[in-house]
Write a protein that binds this ligand. Structure first.
Ligand code: ZN
Length: 159
């Protein structure tokens, strides 16, 4: 088990350095700012959907905070970019359940990929918000972006 947690720690460190998605997104369909006052982490996330409005075309974020919050945003961007919205909602639900597990059970690696590295973080109540920050921001973006695209695609529903 200690080998495994070492591996997870490395994955988190790796993502905190790579910061996939770091940078403001051009022409986002929705943006959302999320703050974790407990730790001081903050993130502004932008999402652009594809032409059909059902798939995440691009994610970009600007953030400042602890390595867990930044690594989590990076792992999330890697997982959610190119995914359809249904999949993204599954990812967010899966990640949220894992972060509420307090370290119990097993994480769903097939669904969550690198993000299972945060399973161990769920034991530390104070850090759960750090890991959840970007996921909550993305959830808000998806809700806003899909509401917007539903409205703009309304005329085509008559076909
Ligand atoms: Zn934090």
């Amino acid at each position: 088990m200690s080998d495994l947690s070492g591996l997870y720690q490395e994955l988190i460190l790796d993502h905190s350095r790579r910061r996939i998605g770091d940078g403001e997104l051009a022409d986002p369909h929705a943006t959302h700012h999320e703050l974790n006052p407990t730790c001081g982490d903050e993130i502004t996330m932008g999402v652009r959907l594809d032409a059909s409005g059902t798939r995440v075309e691009a994610i970009g974020w600007v953030g400042d905070g602890c390595s867990i919050s930044m690594a989590s945003a990076s792992a999330l961007t890697e997982l959610a970019t190119g995914a359809d919205l249904e999949r993204v909602r599954q990812l967010i639900d899966g990640f949220r359940s894992m972060m509420r597990s307090q370290g119990a059970g097993e994480a769903d690696e097939d669904l969550l990929g690198d993000a299972i590295a945060f399973h161990g973080v769920s034991k530390y109540v104070m850090r759960v918000k750090c890991a959840m920050l970007s996921w909550v921001a993305l959830e808000a973006c998806i809700a806003a972006a899909s509401a917007g695209s539903a409205a703009s695609s309304a005329p085509t529903t008559t076909t």
